[in-house]
Ligand binder design. Sequence first.
Ligand SMILES: *Cc1c(COP(=O)(O)O)cnc(C)c1O
Length: 412
Amino acid sequence: MQDTSKHTLDINAIRADFPILQRKINGKPLVYFDNAATSQTPQQVIDAIVNYYTNDNANIHRGVHTLSQIATDAYEQAREKIRAHFNAQHAHEIIFTAGTTHGINLVASGYSQLLNDRDEVIVSAMEHHSNIVPWQMMCEKTGAQLKVIPMTEQGELDLDTFDSLLNDRTKLVFINHVSNALGTVNPIQEIIDKTHAVGAKILIDGAQAAPHIKADVQALDIDFYTVSAHKMCGPTGVGVLYGKEELLEALPPYQGGGEMIAEVNFDKTTYAGLPHKFEAGTPNISGGIAFGVALDYMNAIGFEEIADYEMELLIYATGQLKDIGDIRIYGTSVERKTAVVSFNVNGTHSYDIGTLLDKMGIAVRTGHHCAQPIMKFYKIPGTVRASFSFYNTKEEIDLFIDGVKKAKSMLL
Ligand SMILES: *Cc1c(COP(=O)(O)O)cnc(C)c1O
């Protein structure tokens, strides 16, 4: 195949940074197309974790001793890197969490103490379960009413209906920046502006966007933004919640414990300032530091370059898949998608296709992708989802397309 690509990335050099890409699975070279579930980890990030435990391990913000100060400095430098990446105004608006799920639960739990049964909140039909269930729990506690923005056959949000759901009782809107099941990039600027026009606040689930798009939280006027490091070349079990200072100040703490207090007495405890109020207990210190290294790694390559190359992979894969025939692709907002293609081979079950691809060394996700409402909308149990990253290649897509053809001929 002739390489007609216009990207400027040195893919071979990039691939050499990811030791796992040398692995064989079932005797075949690994083709890793499950990046939307978790991305792979470059050596630089692995080294940061090893280096931390080899040389710098100590608890942070506590000791006067040298190691504790080294660990604290490294952790706080990572927070600053993350602040700069998302262009938050203050480092204390960056709360370290265990990931997106934790960040959303933190905000939903806080609002459980602030909302009441006259309030309304709005979610979209294309959310990950972690941006649905915590809010349902909040609504059960407060009596607030949950409304849903419907989606269209193309896998886009119906913003006219969104307009009709908004009113002066709306207190919160929560929506993903990019759908994990379909790859749709939602028009968040428009959604944010409409939300603010009725005086409501918005939480954007950025888990699926952050690996591809650099969100500027000030330019977009985002109230809350959540991400997970493991979807953007960092380790599992760490992420951040960005929140505007005045909103985080007004939000009650999520967990009680060490590190989050100013003073503890048995009659009354006062809480620490931001960000510590929301960071009870010893955090994932090496994870936070490694997240900073992952951001350095991706920024050195460049998010625009990454997005351009991934778009090439998406267009190439989508065209090849359609050529196979008997394929239904879900989420066809092509010019507004990240590199995710969700599909079924007509007459087959996603699980069977995924299992056969695995035998050929090709890792894809199958099933409902933690987004059952989307599957119910399309009246299907699940899809096969291939999700690409900047370390993937067109040659891998060719192997994947051959694999889908083989699987199809075996099943039909
Ligand atoms: C992965 C994902 C989540 C959950 O992230 P965790 O790291 O599992 O907490 C939430 N929302 C979206 C859109 C996701 O893709």
